[in-house]
Design a binder for this molecule. Structure first.
Ligand code: DAT
Ligand code: MG
Length: 148
């Protein structure tokens, strides 16, 4: 099944919204298969956001993501990459639809609460930046047969 890397960003941790965000993704049916809390350093942040290097917002983005603890989570499920992106909503919370995490909980593009991988290929690379193969747990949930 597909895996997606989710980051609960520093603003969400500071605002006490980590539980709310994780809960929404769990309630959808996505399964947590790895999770850790950490504070990214600049080198890790630059690697994670390498595709944005050179853009006007890159330095602010790196400064923001290292500004406090984050929670990195691997969510697994059918179409997990798209499911997380849809639930996160548009990049700018001001444009994100009501019902999405960013639309419901955020105000500003520089404080948009959550990262979700944008493709299966990027998900795999992003997961490797935060987790080893042994960190990813494979297990069944009794509820899975009621989700699929
Ligand atoms: P997403 O997080 O929706 O995948 P992205 O990959 O295009 O968005 O950009 C990564 C992060 O960079 C995004 O979550 C917030 C920040 N960002 C993107 N575009 C921005 C902009 N125009 N101004 C300020 N920050 C921006
Ligand atoms: Mg992105």
């Amino acid at each position: 099944m597909e895996k997606s890397l989710v980051l609960i960003k520093p603003d969400a941790v500071q605002r006490g919204l980590a539980g709310e965000i994780i809960s929404r993704l769990e309630r959808k049916g996505l399964k947590i298969v790895a999770m850790r809390m950490l504070r990214m350093d600049e080198a890790m942040a630059r690697r994670h956001y390498a595709i944005h290097e050179g853009k006007a917002f890159f330095d602010d983005l790196v400064r923001f993501i290292v500004s406090g603890p984050i929670i990195a989570i691997v969510f697994q499920g059918r179409h997990a990459v798209d499911a997380v992106r849809q639930m996160a909503g548009a990049t700018d919370p001001a444009r994100a639809q009501t019902g999405t995490i960013r639309g419901d909980l955020g105000m500003d593009i520089g404080h948009n609460l959550i990262h979700g991988s944008d493709s299966l290929e990027n998900a795999s690379d992003e997961i490797d930046l935060f987790f080893t193969a042994e960190d990813i747990l494979s297990y069944d949930r009794e509820t899975d047969r009621w989700i699929y």
